[in-house]
Design a protein around this ligand. Structure first.
Ligand SMILES: Nc1ncnc2c1ncn2[C@@H]1O[C@H](COP(=O)(O)OP(=O)(O)O)[C@@H](O)[C@H]1O
Ligand SMILES: [Mg+2]
Length: 276
């Protein structure tokens, strides 16, 4: 809404606190322009042209040099996940949304001068998703998923998008939403959850191939180990990540590594043999 001066009001949007100065202006969102912004906007344009409606539409740059995106209506959950965001129907809807994203992203070739983001201080830590098949989101934390009618309907915050594999993206989504975490680190409603069963619900809804079902757990083990390394390195390089580290990540990551080493075989068995 315009204010008395005819200047549109800016409503600050605060998510997980990583990106400062995000505001809503009417039906748009303004975010700081970063080195990777033009690449991500090209990707979002492709998704829009391919008919994928579950991502913000890129609307260029405003008069203050900020990136402009369409505002995606709905509710964005925060950690700890509220009970209503922990149902199996939520997991299945997220899997279908990510499958549609993958199908829309398939075949897009990034520009030759593409620039991708890395977390602060992590440029020397090798990626575990190097055999790229497509460009995808790669960061399905609750604050990046928009719900409508109680189900995931859209994805926002494509800052960590880059060339990746479908199975990496799936492992990332399961890390947050199964979740692939020690019971002590889960939202209360999921402390006693049957994680192999939840992984199988996701696999079914996504339509994971036999090869993807076999690849998931080995990749998740490597991904969680890398999360541990990158979150520690980012904490050394940046005060926001230092706060995440000291407020819990420093304990959560070693517990997640120990948990997936122990429970991974049961997840793999359910994905490759058992009923969903
Ligand atoms: N295009 C958008 N549509 C609707 N809400 C958005 C949009 N972009 C950001 N937001 C809101 O702002 C919050 C922070 O934005 P996000 O891009 O996720 O930044 P951060 O890098 O801090 O996670 C989101 O969790 C969401 O609530
Ligand atoms: Mg975010």
């Amino acid at each position: 809404m315009p204010s008395d001066q005819g200047v549109p009001d800016e409503e600050p949007l605060v998510g997980d606190g990583v990106t400062p100065n995000i505001t809503r202006v009417g039906d748009t969102v303004r975010r700081p322009f970063r080195p990777f912004t033009a690449t991500i906007q090209a990707y979002l344009s492709h998704l829009h042209r391919a008919g994928f409606s579950g991502a913000p539409e890129p609307l260029g740059i405003d008069e203050r040099g900020r990136e402009v995106l369409s505002f995606v209506s709905g509710d964005v959950p925060r950690e700890p996940l509220p009970p209503e965001a922990t149902g199996e129907n939520v997991l299945a809807a997220l899997a279908r949304l990510i499958r549609r994203l993958h199908d829309a992203a398939q075949g897009w070739t990034p520009p030759r001068d593409a620039v991708w983001a890395t977390l602060p201080g992590t440029q020397d830590i090798p990626f575990v998703d190097t055999e790229a098949e497509l460009v995808s989101h790669r960061d399905y934390c609750p604050g990046n998923v928009v719900f409508r009618g109680g189900l995931p309907a859209a994805l926002i915050d494509f800052d960590l998008a880059r060339p990746t594999t479908r199975i990496y993206d799936i492992a990332n989504a399961l890390y947050w939403w199964a979740p692939l975490l020690h019971p002590e680190d889960r939202t209360p409603a999921l402390v006693e959850a049957d994680i192999p069963h939840r992984a199988a619900i996701f696999a079914e809804a996504y339509g994971m191939s036999a090869q993807q079902r076999r690849a998931l757990v080995p990749l998740a083990i490597r991904m969680i180990h890398r999360f541990h390394l990158t979150s520690r390195a980012a904490a050394e390089a940046d005060p926001v990540f230092r706060r995440f580290w000291s407020e819990g990540v420093k304990d959560r990551m070693p517990r997640a590594e120990a948990w997936i080493a122990q429970e991974g075989p049961a997840i793999a068995a359910r994905l490759t043999h058992g009923p969903p």
